[in-house]
Design a protein. Structure first.
Length: 570
């Protein structure tokens, strides 16, 4: 069978098989996707693959960052063996049936034999313990030892900022690293407010837990760093010509401090500040000061790395918020339009009801009430679809007669089918056992599909909808098939029918029904598959795992109360 093989990203090495007649194979970062990728740059529902004839077609689902096929951004394209699909930072290889995706990924895996392959592992190194970046040992080359030490600081900083998108966690990690490499007593990170451009303290660290007193920082030094975009190292700020006129320096009594800008790609986003609480005279008596030019250089480099990470996190949050607002706006616009149409129907029916009451005309009254009732059913159905789609829920499986459930659905839509001149063909199978599934959810899923089928055949000559149900014990699934002889759908239309708010019925549809039905089936561990031909009609197959309920006799035995034995006589 065709497959996808992840060659780049957090899911590297994972293989996803694409089963024939699987329907829409969604790709995204949320749990409901058939192909779920752990990538923050991938949309919740990013793209999907559909089988069209003997071919597989990749389509973008209006993702934020786009879908790329062989490095070209696409909206929809047929796949060929060896194609590379890039979503965010994840790259997947597509391979046709019989092809090995690892071949296209240029991976040569040599199998292990009993005799061995002639190679041996000399040494292993963890990601955070590279031989080049390891802490320097005693060496005659002090320059190399110093370079290794500095490189290790930057390497660990890069790892720290690349493993989180939470700003608070990110800034805490940065301060922790700074304290490992700089003998500071106190430190903090301040970010510039995007609107007011005022500094806001976002993280603070003290070497001694009990020393968390108010931290006074010289405004003179902060302003100098922001204005000149330079890092500052001072061993006695009060005697530094650059700050001689700064009253705040005198008030804080700063002796040793380092303050560096967090300058990113486009602007300065904040500052990193560390200092010591040891008076300068004591530091001089100890024979050395804690801060040096090397510390300043490292702090500047760390500040730049931290700024890039803050920018990335901020842009990602803005992108997610924008995506959320866009989805909310689309939902409001679509549902508002549909609700407006329903309200217009209720208003028209109410007008006829009032007219019938005024004129004592039961014919007009009944006609108006019938319009009101139908539109009430529409608004009720819409609200139920919205509730079903908006929250994750676990099915509540109960022993249920699937044939009886479909009987109820046929009875529900009978009047509508009669009015539109459509025939519903349904013959309950005699060998269908009692099954375990959520009857309320499954009823809604099947009803949505049957309703869509009736919409599809409306106005067609010899309009008919055929419903069948079966228990496929060999495949281990219960299967419900709903077929219509409507106008059918083109492949590009078929590829979008399960996309939220995409409807083939124009203003008459919300684009929620099929999406909700698929969600319910997937919550049961199943799915919906659709096929269609223009001019011939469409077929929808609803499948879910076959779980038979115990028979009434078995339940009676299981539930029969146990009579305790009579007490023994002493």
């Amino acid at each position: 069978m065709p497959s996808l093989f992840v060659i780049q990203g957090r899911n590297r090495g994972t293989r996803f098989d694409l089963h024939a007649n699987q329907g829409a194979i969604s790709i995204g970062r949320e749990a409901g996707n058939a192909v779920q990728v752990d990538d923050n740059e991938v949309s919740r529902r990013h793209a999907e693959i559909r089988q069209v004839g003997n071919a597989y077609v990749l389509g973008d689902l209006k993702s934020s960052n786009g879908t790329f096929l062989n490095d070209a951004r696409i909206e929809r394209s047929e796949l060929a063996s060896g194609d590379r699909i890039r979503l965010g930072r994840t790259v997947l290889i597509y391979a046709k049936d019989g092809d090995d995706p690892e071949m296209f990924a240029a991976v040569d895996i040599v199998p292990t034999t009993d005799a061995g392959d002639g190679s041996r592992i000399v040494r292993t190194i963890r990601e955070d313990d590279s031989i080049v970046l390891a802490a320097p040992e005693e060496s005659q080359n002090r320059w190399l030892a110093k370079a290794r030490s500095n490189l290790q600081v930057m390497y660990r900083t890069s790892l720290a900022v690349s493993h989180t998108l939470d700003i608070d966690e990110l800034l805490g990690r940065i301060l922790q690293l700074v304290f490992e490499w700089v003998e500071a007593d106190r430190g903090c990170i301040m970010l510039l407010d995007p609107e007011s451009r005022e500094l806001r303290t976002k993280a603070r660290r003290d070497r001694k837990a009990g020393d968390a007193a108010t931290m006074q920082i010289s405004r003179t030094i902060l302003d100098y760093v922001l204005d000149h975009h330079e890092g500052v190292l001072t061993s006695d700020a009060q005697e530094d010509d650059r700050f001689a006129s700064g009253n705040s320096v005198v008030r804080t009594g700063v002796r040793e401090a380092i303050c560096v800008p967090m300058r990113g790609r486009y602007d300065t986003v904040g500052l990193i500040y560390v200092d010591t609480t040891t008076p300068l005279i004591e530091a001089a008596n100890q024979g050395q000061r804690r801060f040096s030019d090397d510390h300043l250089k490292l702090m500047i480099a760390i500040g730049h790395q931290a700024a890039l990470a803050v920018e990335d996190t901020t842009y990602y949050s803005a992108m997610v918020q924008s995506e959320r607002l866009a989805a909310t706006g689309q939902a409001i616009a679509t549902l508002s339009h549909h609700i407006k149409n329903i309200l217009q129907g209720i208003r028209g029916g109410s007008y006829l009801v009032e007219m019938g009451l005024e004129n004592d005309d039961l014919g007009v009254l009944h006609k108006g009430w019938d319009i009101v009732r139908r539109n009430q059913d529409k608004i009720s159905s819409l609200v139920m679809d919205m509730l079903t789609f908006s929250k994750e829920r676990e099915p509540d499986p109960l022993p249920t007669d699937l044939a009886a459930l479909i009987d109820d659905i046929v009875e529900t839509v009978h009047q509508r089918a009669k009015e539109s001149g459509a025939a519903i063909h349904w013959r309950p199978p005699a060998d269908l056992p009692l099954l375990l599934f959520d009857p309320a959810g499954m009823s809604r899923a099947v009803l949505n599909v049957v309703t869509n089928a009736l919409d599809a055949v409306e106005g067609r000559e010899h309009a008919a909808v055929t419903i069948t149900a079966a228990a496929d014990r060999e495949a281990g699934v219960a299967r419900i098939t709903v077929a219509d002889n409507g106008a059918g759908m083109a492949p590009e239309t078929l590829a979008d029918i399960f996309t939220l708010f995409v409807s083939t019925k124009g203003a008459k549809g919300t684009g929620l029904g099929l999406t909700v039905s698929r969600k319910i089936l997937r919550e049961h561990g199943g799915d919906i598959h659709a096929s269609s031909r223009l001019g011939e009609g469409s077929t929808f197959v609803l499948e879910f795992p076959l779980q038979t309920a115990p028979s009434s006799d078995e339940r009676a035995v299981h539930d029969e109360p146990v009579t305790p034995p009579p007490p023994t006589k002493p």
